[in-house]
Ligand binder design. Structure first.
Ligand SMILES: *[C@@H]1O[C@H](CO)[C@@H](O)[C@H](O)[C@H]1NC(C)=O
Ligand SMILES: *[C@@H]1O[C@H](CO)[C@@H](O)[C@H](O)[C@H]1NC(C)=O
Ligand SMILES: *[C@@H]1O[C@H](CO)[C@@H](O)[C@H](O)[C@H]1NC(C)=O
Ligand SMILES: *[C@@H]1O[C@H](CO)[C@@H](O)[C@H](O)[C@H]1NC(C)=O
Ligand SMILES: *[C@@H]1O[C@H](CO)[C@@H](O)[C@H](O)[C@H]1NC(C)=O
Ligand SMILES: *[C@@H]1O[C@H](CO)[C@@H](O)[C@H](O)[C@H]1NC(C)=O
Length: 480
């Protein structure tokens, strides 16, 4: 998944009572047959964890939730082999660091296609090749070199596929909402200046000319959570009885996802490509997160994802206000909670399954089963921002060697961080690794949180609202 969309504008509403519930649409490319075959939701199968089931077990789990498509973040041969024994449609990805070489050299593209497509196709029903992942979200100089190679690389992959007689694999690239400079109201949607002419124009020309899709990673969770007090949660979860009317177009919105999708449609329209189809390469809602990540909980995740599936499997397709009736192929993020993803707590909690394969909440991708009532899940306490002190302590059962290393790191950043742990000082006793590490983590986090340090330490630390100190020793805390 992606980083939060920093540039996403806040959204505001005029509230109008509406009685109908929100229902929506998905489908898939090409012709009617393909559409009906594939009119099911896909799942992103990320593998950034050290406790995940094998590809074979994972694919069985994907079948058990009735997903129709699976998207890989690579072209792992073992997984593609397992998938050849299934009816799942498959999306594979070209890694970011292959874009420059492939963009420069048809032979590199041919090579990639031979190894990653031809070796598995058609037994494995590969339908999309996505080139790179959110490459426009990164402004480093190195990545800017990649920008101008993106469309040439996509063209060379298509050339390679067609030369091998493969006509039903589409080529795209997933982009995040931060490709937009403005997104609210939806009609104001416009691409960032530095990518508009350089990347978006050639990309749209390519997508339009190959009848492919604009793949979007789109998370209503992020704009909602920038201001959870004033942004209505119901509107982000497809549960709102209220609507928003775009003052420029008069289009009426019942949910935040449609607003975000339409802002991209308006941005494309401004560049002269009003008809490029949208697909959602990632969307979802985190089932847990850090204490300051309001709204990341199981009930909201279940509500968002169940309503999303209902919307996207509606027949006929619902589309969006700007494009009523258009099917939108959709991949939910993600199959598993992935414990090795860096970043804040939500990053490791987008899954619908735990690593042991059990569902975190009931979910079925076919869209044919009734949505379980939200009342069957515990009522969350974090839909409003937490106010109070938070400490950062060592987790139970961490390896001593790793804990010692993390303690050394935390104490090594400044002389002040662990001064109170010195022999004779107020926090020296009890002399235990866990106590000292917990103090060091809390102190480090309190000191450096404003420079984006996290209470994580590779999984050795967790946040707590229970004061870990004693009568002699006050642990530094973060005040939310
Ligand atoms: C539509 O797609 C299906 C499945 O790929 C294919 O068998 C069929 O020939 C296609 N029909 C047309 C009219 O292109
Ligand atoms: C951005 O680019 C830098 C340098 O190439 C890389 O280290 C980093 O992982 C990239 N970040 C993302 C989010 O892709
Ligand atoms: C997009 O593709 C359609 C269908 O092929 C074509 O009619 C249209 O002219 C294209 N748009 C642009 C701006 O090239
Ligand atoms: C929306 O309307 C339904 C049916 O009238 C009602 O049950 C529900 O409580 C309303 N939700 C909100 C958030 O007002
Ligand atoms: C800690 O203090 C020592 C001695 O005063 C100094 O040499 C060292 O640079 C300091 N370390 C840090 C990380 O500030
Ligand atoms: C970050 O917070 C620490 C501790 O509160 C403070 O000393 C420091 O000046 C802050 N740094 C920045 C860059 O805001």
């Amino acid at each position: 998944m992606s980083s939060p969309m920093a540039s996403f504008a806040l959204f505001f509403f005029t509230l109008i009572v509406l009685s109908s519930s929100c229902r929506y649409a998905i489908g898939s490319p090409n012709n009617k047959t393909f559409l009906s075959l594939a009119s099911r939701i896909g799942i992103n199968y990320g593998r950034f964890g050290n406790n995940l089931p094998s590809p074979y077990q994972s694919i069985n789990l994907i079948k058990s939730i009735n997903a129709g498509h699976v998207k890989l973040y690579d072209a792992d041969p073992e997984t593609l082999m397992v998938l050849s024994q299934t009816n799942l449609y498959v999306t594979i990805m070209v890694p970011n660091n292959h874009i420059i070489p492939i963009g420069a050299d048809q032979a590199a593209a041919d090579n990639w296609v031979n190894t990653n497509v031809l070796a598995h196709y058609p037994q494995t029903k590969i339908r999309f090749v996505l080139v790179g992942n959110e490459i426009l979200s990164n402004n480093s100089d190195q990545d800017k070199q990649t920008w101008s190679s993106l469309v040439p690389a996509m063209r060379k992959i298509v050339t390679s596929l067609r030369a091998r007689g493969i006509h039903n694999i589409k080529v795209g690239t997933p982009l995040a909402m931060d490709v937009l400079r403005t997104s609210f109201p939806p009609s104001s949607g416009a691409f960032r200046e530095e990518v508009a002419a350089l990347v978006m124009l050639p990309l749209l020309k390519f997508l339009n000319g190959t009848n492919s899709f604009f793949f979007l990673d789109v998370y209503p969770y992020f704009p909602w959570s920038t201001d959870p007090v004033n942004n209505p949660l119901d509107f982000a979860l497809f549960q709102s009885n209220s609507t928003y009317t775009d003052p420029q177009t008069g289009l009426v919105y019942t949910n935040l996802l449609d607003q975000m999708l339409d802002s991209v449609i308006f941005a494309m329209t401004k560049l002269g490509y009003p008809n490029v189809r949208l697909a959602i390469s990632e969307t979802g809602w985190p089932n847990s997160g850090d204490i300051d990540e309001t709204g990341a909980n199981i009930l909201n995740a279940a509500t968002y994802n169940r309503n999303l599936i209902k919307k996207m499997t509606a027949n006929p397709p619902l589309g969006t206000p700007a494009r009523p009736g258009s099917p939108i192929p959709t991949f939910l993020f993600s199959l598993f909670n992935e414990n090795q993803k860096p970043g804040s707590g939500t990053e490791r909690h987008w899954g619908i399954l735990k690593p042991d394969g059990t569902q975190i909440y009931e979910i079925d991708f076919s869209g044919t089963r009734p949505v379980p009532s939200p009342g069957s899940l515990p009522k969350p306490s974090n839909n409003v921002p937490f106010k109070g002190n938070v400490w950062c302590v060592a987790v139970e059962g961490a390896s001593e060697a790793e804990l010692q290393q993390a303690l050394n790191f935390a104490c090594g950043q400044s002389n002040a961080t662990c001064a109170a742990l010195a022999p004779g000082r107020e926090c020296y006793a009890p002399v235990s690794l866990t106590w000292h590490a917990s103090y060091a983590f809390s102190s480090y986090w309190a000191q450096f949180r404003n420079q984006s340090s996290r209470c994580y330490f590779n999984g050795l630390a967790r946040e707590t609202t229970t004061n870990p100190g004693n009568e002699h020793c006050t642990f530094p805390s973060v005040t939310l």
